[in-house]
Ligand binder design. Structure first.
Ligand code: DX5
Ligand code: ZN
Length: 239
């Protein structure tokens, strides 16, 4: 959970595996284990919901065979139910589906839980928090896209930042202590704002952990410092 009501809220890191070195994936996984990644984020795209296809089932299966780190699978697909079944067979702890592509969202979220995984609703930058109003009880987390989905290296959609606070307010109003994940341009500069506004899970890609500006160790230290700054602001705001 968010740990929101704990003394020190918990913010977890979910490195975006589409940004890892595809030619040395096992090494990347070991390095991420070593820096204390809390889970691994896999963007599964069908080249229809988003015009890209960075990772496939075989990559997921291969990484599953070498690590026990939880998998945070982000489905950006049109046929959610098919992909949920495939991901469950491979093994994942968190699965998020986009509200924009889910024809029967309530049923799909229920299916994810029935298959033993935690269910998340993912929202594109333009999608209002109210879209989850009638499926709150089906959710274990919310995934807010802070860029338009599909590619790494994009710039933050500014309005998506404000949405983090709006979503936190909606969940608090519903007395739902579930985490908010943010995905897209989770950069050293954006992390303090994101965490201060309520982000609990950071999908870290080329803007932070995989930044070319430093090695993974140095990037991790910068991320953790940015998280500390954001938490300090959050705790001050909560009084
Ligand atoms: C976007 C992807 C992310 C992320 C990549 O669709 O889901 O994995 O944006 O990280 P950045 O934005 O830092 O390159
Ligand atoms: Zn993602």
């Amino acid at each position: 959970m968010t740990g929101k009501h704990a003394e020190q809220p918990i913010v977890r890191l979910s490195p975006s595996m589409m940004c890892a070195d595809m030619l040395n994936l096992e090494r990347a996984v070991r390095e991420l284990e070593a820096i204390g990644a809390d889970m691994l984020h896999f963007d599964i795209m069908d080249a229809r919901f988003t015009p890209n296809m960075p990772l496939g089932f075989e990559t997921l299966r291969a990484v599953r065979s070498i690590t026990t780190l939880p998998f945070d699978v982000h489905l950006m697909v049109m046929d959610n139910d098919f992909f949920v079944e495939q991901i469950a067979a491979i093994g994942a702890e968190y699965v998020s589906v986009h509200v924009e592509s889910a024809t029967h969202l309530d049923r799909t979220l229920t299916q994810i839980r029935r298959l033993g995984m935690r269910a998340g609703a993912a929202l594109n930058p333009a999608t209002p928090p109210s879209r989850i109003a009638y499926i709150l009880q089906r959710l274990d987390f919310v995934m807010l896209m802070t860029v338009n989905p599909g590619y790494a290296g994009q710039a933050l959609v500014p309005a998506a930042l404000r949405k983090i606070g709006d979503m936190r307010a909606l969940l608090d109003h519903a007395h739902l202590d579930i985490p908010i994940a943010v995905d897209g341009n989770v950069s050293f500069a954006n992390i303090p704002d994101m965490v201060a506004l309520g982000a609990d899970i950071l999908v870290c890609g080329t803007s932070s952990l995989f930044s070319p500006d430093g090695d993974l160790g140095a990037n991790t230290a910068r991320v953790r410092e940015a998280v500390r700054a954001g938490l300090a602001r959050r705790l001050r705001a909560e009084g």
